[in-house]
Write a protein that binds this ligand. Sequence first.
Ligand SMILES: [Zn+2]
Length: 158
Amino acid sequence: MRCPYCKTDDDRVVDSRSAEQGAAIRRRRECRSCGRRFSTYERIEAVGILVRKRSGIAEPYDRAKVRAGIEKATKNLPVSGETVADAVAAVDDHIRTAGLREVPSETVGAEVLSELRVIDPVAYMRFASVYKGFTSPDDFARELAHLEKDAPPKPPSG
Ligand SMILES: [Zn+2]
């Protein structure tokens, strides 16, 4: 560790103890060059999930991207910010509790679709058109038929 005072990278650890209720280890160090003491903290690195795209490229799972996708799909629709936040949290929860180190991008897309499906049919179709790569009106018609056929029961109102 480089000494913050004299910048020499030569020290000895004089003390190590648990800190932050066990979430970190604090190490007291003494610089061998100038003799001054300083502390370093060691923490467990946050466990990241990778999303593997169809192209084969993997990138870190990003909750912000899930939110952006849902916001885009629900834009100008009568969907509250709270509903969007709940949907993002639900997707996030499903991805994380699966306990996998890596998920295919299709899984994230499918989770978003299953949330949008109960939120708003237009939002669902918007997202599906991008996610499933619709190229013609027939694609929309087919998806719509599929959506109506397998429509989940409406939540009880009131
Ligand atoms: Zn020093």
